[in-house]
Design a protein around this ligand. Structure first.
Ligand code: SF4
Length: 274
């Protein structure tokens, strides 16, 4: 599925999604011919994640960084040089500063944001935070992580996206609507599937439920090379459901293509989450 839809087709099972992921990758490898010094970017507005620190004061049991920590020592100077390098080749990149917990180092977050503004077209800058320090408000769009293990005060991050990971039993519309109606100060919502590097199948019922609920207006739906997302409106609020299938991404053969860029804590530039 190589384009965005404004509806969700009936999803019979996860095998269907996996086939669409493979088809999307094949389409992009055949059609995306522009080259950078990294290879061939498979998306126009490529996602760049700056994993600026391994450190985090919290301890979520599902944390990918805790289970598979990034290698290399934190080197803020090298991170800046790498971000400039990437933005020179991808001025339209969508950049996310993440970790660990970026707000442990608010001055460095500010510095990275200045680099982003100087070297990019300013398409989108987000900061993933569990809300340790709200002095980062205003630097970029805040994705505020909330879950059973971190409980930031949403009101201290006005306009933020309330971002949470849902286990299989909680990825349903009843729960999603409950969260959306219980957090009036959030600007939007992001519901992510709980993922593990080895998990190769997921429940598909939420996609069909979103399409079939008369109160919900589906805005966009897309299956990419290793991800699925839907954006929708409900009751005057905007939200997104995202599945990032890391197992599929590890299996994909990207040849010289890349679908996202990672800047590691030591400044190393990685492709396709490597
Ligand atoms: S807040 Fe984020 S980085 Fe910190 S332990 Fe939880 S999931 Fe990991």
């Amino acid at each position: 599925m190589s384009r965005k839809l404004n509806f969700i087709p009936h999803i019979p099972n996860y095998k269907y999604i996996r086939e669409q992921m493979k088809a999307d990758l094949e389409y992009r490898l055949s059609n995306r011919l522009r080259k950078t010094s990294f290879g061939r970017p498979l998306y126009e507005r490529i996602n760049v994640q700056v994993i600026m620190t391994h450190e985090c004061p919290y301890n979520c049991p599902f944390c990918i960084e805790r289970k598979h920590p990034m290698k290399g020592n934190q080197n803020m100077f090298e991170q800046v040089l790498s971000l400039i390098h990437v933005l020179k080749e991808h001025p339209q990149a969508r950049v996310t500063i993440t970790g660990g917990e970026p707000s442990l180092y608010p001055r460095h977050v500010l510095h990275l944001s200045k680099v982003y503004r100087m070297w990019s077209d300013g398409v989108f800058l987000a900061i993933n935070t569990a809300g340790y320090d709200n002095s980062i408000v205003g630097i970029g769009h805040i994705n505020l992580s909330v879950n059973d293990y971190v409980h930031p005060d949403v009101e201290k991050f006005p306009g933020c996206t309330y971002q949470t990971v849902l286990t299989k039993d909680k990825m349903n519309l009843e729960n999603i609507k409950h969260i959306m109606s219980s957090n009036p100060s959030a600007g939007g919502f992001s519901f992510r599937f709980l993922c593990d590097l080895s998990q190769d199948t997921y429940d598909v019922s939420i996609w069909n439920a979103l399409q079939n609920d008369p109160e919900i207006t589906v805005k966009t739906f897309r299956i990419g090379d290793f991800f699925v997302y839907c954006t929708f409106d409900w009751n005057g609020r905007h939200a997104r459901v995202t599945l990032g299938d890391m197992c599929q991404q590890q299996k994909n053969d990207y040849h010289d293509g890349y679908s996202n860029i990672i800047i590691h804590p030591d400044g190393k530039i990685g492709l396709n989450w490597n």
